[in-house]
Design a protein around this ligand. Structure first.
Ligand SMILES: Cc1cc2nc3c(=O)[nH]c(=O)nc-3n(C[C@H](O)[C@H](O)[C@H](O)COP(=O)(O)OP(=O)(O)OC[C@H]3O[C@@H](n4cnc5c(N)ncnc54)[C@H](O)[C@@H]3O)c2cc1C
Length: 389
């Protein structure tokens, strides 16, 4: 029995095509990768070949020219199917920086190759070990020398760098002390990782509680051509902020997918598992938490849809993107916790995929932005309360 279909399911054809593709990558595929902390190469190739990772690229460059709402449907279905989009979702949100701020020449050089799968744009380098969430304090610096930039510094938690050809990198091009506003003086560079690794860039994998191919990057006088710069020098923070709204909305849609995965599984298990001579789901102590998770997820999904619609209409959506990420990440975490509880001991067994998804969905209350920072945004930017930092 299908537990639930959202009442206003959009992009029905895309959703069923994604579900069909994901059916070829069942639990054992992910369990094996998880143990080995290996990259889902075949899964990413299948998504690329089917054109799902290039939906945001305009048709003139070989993509499908769809909006963010279509991309949220794809990621949601991937996650609801028990798969994980973390290996490749960045191709969708990093794209915006190039689409909106890249030169005509950069778009022509890269977009068709990305759309065809010849080039991968999967890495997004912002976070640094010492600055944390306080992005204006990043220290990685690109010095202009003739027709080149020379980059020194360090990044941390840069996911998929080993499996990407290109990386959108945020650097300082003017020191924080030398600019009028802390957010000035940062720039975006589009780094060709194939050229950079071993010539000033070192990538070191970080093993984490989930299989996420995340890494540390060390820049030691890496030289890149000056035309690596995207947009204008000094304006990079604004470009990245644009992309961050897209990222938050897309990640929120993955959380909705995770939450629906957990609710599907928990309610099915609660109907099927008999203890004390009746289904465990006949007990309100078991069914109410699942029903609550469902209510919370449906409410969060409305916010994700609203944020995506605003984004696609070119309207301001910072508050909605943040609220979508907060509500969806909490809904998926609560649904995951409820699912583990419903499965009892079997929730801990690797073969059921619940423990893996439970670990995976926990990430989203921390990354790409933590819950506290979202609350701070809402408190100060929406409700007008004083800034605390
Ligand atoms: C698996 C993984 C993959 C990632 N992938 C990428 C990637 O591809 N690219 C990239 O650039 N980054 C990536 N990140 C980094 C991620 O975006 C950051 O970890 C996240 O934004 C939190 O930053 P931080 O870890 O530096 O925490 P910190 O900024 O050190 O904060 C630690 C805690 O303190 C809280 N806190 C800090 N300041 C305040 C305050 N003023 N008020 C209230 N609470 C506060 C935070 O909410 C958080 O809970 C990834 C992280 C992980 C774990």
């Amino acid at each position: 029995m299908t537990v639930h279909s959202p009442p206003e399911e959009t992009f029905g054809d895309i959703r069923s095509a994604v579900r069909e593709l994901c059916a070829g990558f069942p639990g054992p595929y992910w369990q094996d990768l998880d143990v080995r902390r290996a990259y889902p190469t075949e899964f990413v190739k299948a998504l690329t070949d089917a054109g799902f990772l290039s939906v945001l690229i305009p048709e003139e460059y070989g993509g499908s020219g769809l909006g963010l709402a279509a991309a949220t449907a794809i990621l949601e279905e991937i996650h609801r199917s028990g798969c994980n989009g973390g290996a490749c979702h960045a191709q969708m949100y990093t794209m915006g920086t190039l689409l909106r701020h890249g030169s005509a020449e950069q778009k022509q050089r890269y977009l068709p190759a990305i759309a065809s799968g010849q080039l991968r744009l999967q890495a997004f380098g912002v976070t640094e070990p010492t600055s944390g969430t306080d992005t204006t304090r990043i220290q990685t610096f690109a010095r202009k020398v003739g027709d080149r930039y020379v980059i020194t510094g360090q990044k941390v938690w840069i996911s998929r760098a080993e499996y990407s050809d290109l990386m959108v990198l945020l650097v300082r091009t003017t020191l924080r002390d030398d600019v009028a506003k802390p957010s000035d003086g940062m720039s975006v560079l589009l780094i060709d990782l194939r050229e950079a690794v071993g010539r000033g860039l070192t990538i070191k994998p970080i093993r984490t509680m989930i299989n996420h191919a995340t890494t540390e990057l060390f820049f030691d006088d890496l030289e890149v051509p000056a035309d690596t710069l995207v947009g204008e020098e000094g304006n990079g923070f604004r470009y990245i902020l644009d992309g961050m709204n897209a990222e938050r909305i897309l990640i929120a849609s993955e959380c909705i997918g995770d939450a629906r995965f957990f609710i599907d599984h928990a309610s099915r298990y609660a109907r099927d598992r008999h203890v004390f001579g009746r289904p465990i789901g006949a007990n309100q102590g078991v069914q109410f938490p699942i029903a609550r998770a469902y209510v919370e997820t449906e409410a969060a999904a409305l916010m994700v849809n609203k944020a995506a619609a605003l984004f696609d209409a070119g309207l301001p959506c910072g508050a909605e993107a943040n609220m979508a990420k907060l509500t969806a990440s909490e809904a998926s975490w609560h649904a995951g916790d409820t699912c583990v509880q419903t499965y009892g001991g079997f929730g801990f067994a690797e073969e059921y995929d619940i423990e893996r998804k439970f670990r995976e969905t926990r990430l989203y209350m921390v990354a790409p932005i933590s819950t506290n920072l979202i609350l701070s945004h809402v408190a100060t930017h929406v409700l007008g309360m004083p800034k605390s930092f």
